[in-house]
Write a protein that binds this ligand. Structure first.
Ligand SMILES: O=P(O)(O)OC[C@H]1O[C@H](OP(=O)(O)OP(=O)(O)O)[C@H](O)[C@@H]1O
Ligand SMILES: O=c1cc[nH]c(=O)[nH]1
Ligand SMILES: [Mg+2]
Length: 209
């Protein structure tokens, strides 16, 4: 499975801010958004580039034009919503599909509670958006859904990934392409990533764990 750990100094610096337990929700959301933009920049490096003719001061010119409609952004609720605005900085016109999943704290299995996919999703590339890849169960369930709906290609960006989650994702969907700001050490006994940053959804939405 193509897996890119983005080792840019600014990504490392910003991730350090997120790992700091003293960072409150306002700064946390801001920095999550900034890293989302940097990861999306990397994940869209092979976006198809067409041309269109425009009139410039010096006459007609063919300029580059990306078809943002060829991609659908797919945040996994809830924490994925914190990632979405940073991706939309780069892809403001890309249609958004939403998948709501919540991990059962006992079984660690994802439970689906909402889904609204872009009507014309079949044949398109999906850019899955979630800050955390822990056991991988949520990402796998989301990609099951996207493939069943006919997505031709799935890219995914995660803030922090656990090796266990990457292995599970590779076993289930080896054609997924992943960009992540960090591959951390391991999961703890409760399925949380170490060192990680805690519960991303709780920190984005300011809800106590
Ligand atoms: O890889 P997994 O083991 O499936 O865990 C990762 C999932 O857990 C978190 O969501 P959570 O279930 O906490 O929901 P939330 O976003 O509403 O907080 C996270 O945002 C991922 O979606
Ligand atoms: O470490 C983790 C694991 C799952 N979900 C989170 O938000 N954090
Ligand atoms: Mg959560």
């Amino acid at each position: 499975m193509k897996t890119v750990e983005v080792r840019h100094p600014l990504v490392a610096h910003k991730l350090g801010l997120l790992r700091d337990a003293a960072t409150g929700p306002a700064l946390f959301r801001q920095v999550v958004g900034e890293i989302a933009t940097l990861l999306a920049y990397e994940a869209t490096a092979d976006l198809a580039l067409g041309t269109r003719r425009i009139d410039t001061w010096a006459g007609p010119l063919d300029v580059g034009r990306c078809d943002q409609d060829a991609i659908t952004l797919v945040p996994i609720l809830r924490a994925g919503l914190g990632f979405l605005p940073g991706v939309q900085v780069l892809l403001p016109s890309a249609p958004v599909s939403v998948i709501g999943l919540r991990r059962d704290e006992e079984t660690l299995q994802p439970q689906a509670y909402y889904q609204r996919l872009y009507r014309d999703i079949a044949g398109r590339t999906a850019l899955l958006i979630d800050p955390m890849l822990a056991t991988g169960g949520s990402a796998i369930a989301a990609i099951d859904t996207l493939k069943a709906a006919g997505c031709a290609r799935v890219k995914a960006i995660f803030l922090v990934s656990a090796p266990e989650g990457l292995r599970a994702l590779e076993a289930a969907h080896p054609d997924t392409e992943v960009w992540t700001a960090a591959i951390d050490d391991r999961l703890n006994d409760h399925g949380y990533i170490l060192p990680g940053l805690g519960d991303a959804g709780d920190r984005i939405f300011g809800t106590p764990a």
